[in-house]
Design a binder for this molecule. Sequence first.
Ligand SMILES: C[S@@+](CC[C@H](N)C(=O)[O-])C[C@H]1O[C@@H](n2cnc3c(N)ncnc32)[C@H](O)[C@@H]1O
Length: 315
Amino acid sequence: MPLATARVVTDRPARYIKQLVSHMGHKATTDLASDGRGTITVAAGTCILTPTPDRLELTATAVDLPSLAGVQDVITRHLVRFATQEELSVAWTAPVDGAALDLTAPVVDTYLLGHHTPADDILGGLAAATREATAGAAHMQVSSDEGALLTLLTRLTGARFAVEVGVFTGYSTLCIARGLADGGRVLACDVSEEWAAIGRPYWERAGVADRIDLRIAPALDTLRALGAEPVIDIAFIDADKGTYPAYYEEIVRRLRPGGLVVLDNVFLGGRVLDPAYQEEQHLAMRHLNDLIAGDDRVDSVMLPVRDGVTIARRR
Ligand SMILES: C[S@@+](CC[C@H](N)C(=O)[O-])C[C@H]1O[C@@H](n2cnc3c(N)ncnc32)[C@H](O)[C@@H]1O
């Protein structure tokens, strides 16, 4: 579905949202959440209004472009009318399809893939074996640049204890295992023994199989069995998306100060930006992205790597 966003600079975002939600409540479906976010659904589509300290962020979505223009128009007119003490500039972005958002232009993508420490023959062999053995599922594997990022982050934290949620055929597991300090280990969680078995020979060839503690069980059970001590140096979450908030919570409370949690697919192929997508995984990821940005236990950044990667460091 097409969507468009606008950033409106103002020091009264919360006030405008309240005014709009209350005024439009007579002829539209409206909601004001406890975090100050407003949602207004008119016949043509929906607009989400989010307050930040110095601006009001708008995201409009509708089934087609004329309807989207209708939503943008009604919200813009009301906002401008309510702003009696300042002149608001509501400049909308060009409409995009939320399900077809490329984070990087293909040409940039190719360049990025050509400019990181290259995957060696072992990683290349595992990627090829995964394509051959898992066919359509091979896209689940992290890309070579993301794998290089994982090795780098693991080294930078001097990690001795890593956790991975979502092993698949073990490419990211291998990247993390290679970055561990001497004597380190990675607790690798997945529910599929069959997929992990494809990676094992490559873990052995790389000489890191003894650092990988594979647990075949629902990852939440494995995490909850860890005890309450802050022992995790780095964690990578790349499994069932609807459970990300629970994984994050179980992990962040066990991160040592300075430890990292890295989350993959935080854009969900662009759908996380588009309020039209309301499946459980979209709601969960949207909620988690907001939560992490405001979580005072961590410092975080969201990177436009592949399908979006968030890195959060425990304070
Ligand atoms: C996107 S893949 C992981 C890809 C992997 N990081 C890589 O680079 O190859 C997601 C994995 O999560 C696993 N998974 C799904 N639900 C799970 C759960 N409840 N507990 C543990 N693993 C789960 C799937 O079996 C699948 O292997």
